[in-house]
Design a binder for this molecule. Structure first.
Ligand code: CA
Length: 239
């Protein structure tokens, strides 16, 4: 069954464009032109809500806060003419999962919709990784300790555990820097790219046989990182 996207948007022209493009991607779409009908459509069942901020009736932020307070975890993508950093923070604080300022590029919108729906699928299907075994290392992601292949035990920091967990949960896929910042640092911190690099550097020193030629934690230049659990198996597949 294709995913149902509820679009809460009061500008009819914008709503039409979103509907056409989402339907072309195979999604089922419900349009709601104001806050109250949006809340009703959302409560009736949605896999993703695309939520305008300035709406008649009730604004998007308040609507999202209300659904979250009711225990609703449906992914929310805010659309807003207000693209200032404080508006984005306000949207994320209200429980939004992503925020796109108008005007936006339609392919970017569709990519974000796809990413939010995939994240939801992982959340539903895969339990969180609690222990990670690779290359003779055992990493306990609950106690933040690693037993290395040579028997040494090392304590890990919160960012190290966060990055390792995220990469391992998406093993074989490229994980972008923005996703890492979102998942590991959260909304309120703005670390530099170098901060991520430094955490990855320590992870490589701990877990890579040769940290200068990594076989587990790969850099994908300009994008982010990719984790390979078993380089041998990977090699077999590509042969
Ligand atoms: Ca509006």
């Amino acid at each position: 069954m294709s995913a149902r996207v509820v679009v809460v948007e009061d500008e009819a022209a914008m709503a039409d464009v979103l509907r056409d493009n989402l339907e072309a991607e195979g999604y089922r779409v419900t349009i709601a032109p104001d806050g109250p009908s949006g809340e009703a459509a959302w409560a009736a069942g949605a896999d993703l809500v695309v939520l305008d901020v300035m709406l008649p009736g009730v604004d998007g932020f308040s609507l999202c806060e209300r659904r979250r307070a009711a225990g609703d975890a449906t992914p929310v993508l805010f659309l807003s003419a207000r693209g200032e950093p404080e508006d984005r923070v306000r949207g994320l604080r209200a429980g939004g999962d992503d925020y796109l300022a108008k005007p936006f590029h339609l392919p970017e919108f569709l990519l974000r919709v796809d990413a939010l729906l995939r994240r939801r699928t992982w959340g539903a299907a895969a339990p969180p990784v609690e222990e990670l075994r690779f290359a003779g290392h055992t990493v306990d992601l609950r106690s933040w300790t690693a037993t290395l292949a040579d028997g040494r035990r090392e304590a890990l920091g919160v960012r190290e555990v966060g990055i390792l967990r995220l990469l391992a949960e998406r093993s074989g896929q490229v994980v972008g820097r923005d996703d890492i910042l979102d998942a590991v640092w959260g909304d309120d911190a703005f670390p530099s790219s170098r901060t991520i690099d430094n955490v990855v550097l320590r992870l490589r020193r701990l877990f890579e046989p040769d940290p200068s030629a990594p076989v587990h934690i790969h850099t994908v230049w300009g994008v982010g990182y990719r984790f390979t659990l078993d380089p041998e198996a990977d090699h077999e597949e590509t042969r």
